[in-house]
Write a protein that binds this ligand. Sequence first.
Ligand code: SF4
Length: 308
Amino acid sequence: MNNSQKDQQMKEEIIKKKQEKDIFIIAHYYQRGEIQDVADFVGDSYAMALAARDSQSKNILVAGVDFMAETAAILCPDKTILSPEPAATCPMANSITAEHIRQYRELHPDTLVVTYVNTPAEVKAVSDVCVTSSNAEKIIRALPSDKNIYFVPDQNLARNIARGLDREIEAFDSSCPIHAVVSRDEIIKLKALHPEALVLVHPECDPEVVHLADYAGSTAGILKKVVETDAKAFIIGTESGIFHAIRQQCPDKQLILASEALLCPNMKSITLHKILYSIDNMETVITVPQDIACQAVVALEKMIELAS
Ligand code: SF4
């Protein structure tokens, strides 16, 4: 049996067993294509959070990095949240601590702490509101204009939003190591090679890159843009996993990756084999200590309220 036959067999086994065990699989667009194929729902981190909350299943398997499974655990205290690879994490999320926010708050008691969903539960628990790349601009627009904002941890996202809103935003000094590799020079070079292509990038990219783009938005936003525009070619500045979802809807469109380095090793550490193991053994169950979950859910629900 070759590898593709083995994958097909594993996919069929996963689909059969998840139904038997009432497991709803949620995957991020950055997951491997074969994992998106076995998922009940594929989306960006905001859509994943809503899908977890709204699922009727008793068990949810989150194919994504650790903060995504934690978010599901916080929003769904009555469901069992499974991670097929609990070591899959996000270096940017881990760059900030709750202690840093506490100290900042002591010095700046009137500033609102706006926290990207790419953070550990402990950080969400000491934040005023969470955001994702698909709703950050809308949420910050809804916050009182006389309040200062401290945005953590992605400085690129903060700077891109600040430019869009023409509002000053103080930002923590961190960024996604994957999106940060996309350079202005690379985009200029690719635009010269493909003058007909639209440039679509994620707002975790450097503001100089975003400035050159025809569109900047979340992974769901980028997918929608490709589907809805008549253009036939696109230079894509986000993690390469999005190509799978785009190709399913637009098989004839030409996709050019803005950098060969747009591949998140943590996202790609999840495999079909690990998903099957997770379903067979109902492992690893992700839980968040109740005191932290009770506080973190406030910032997450505030996000859902302001984004709706
Ligand atoms: S792509 Fe960037 S932000 Fe997303 S999980 Fe990987 S390192 Fe974190």
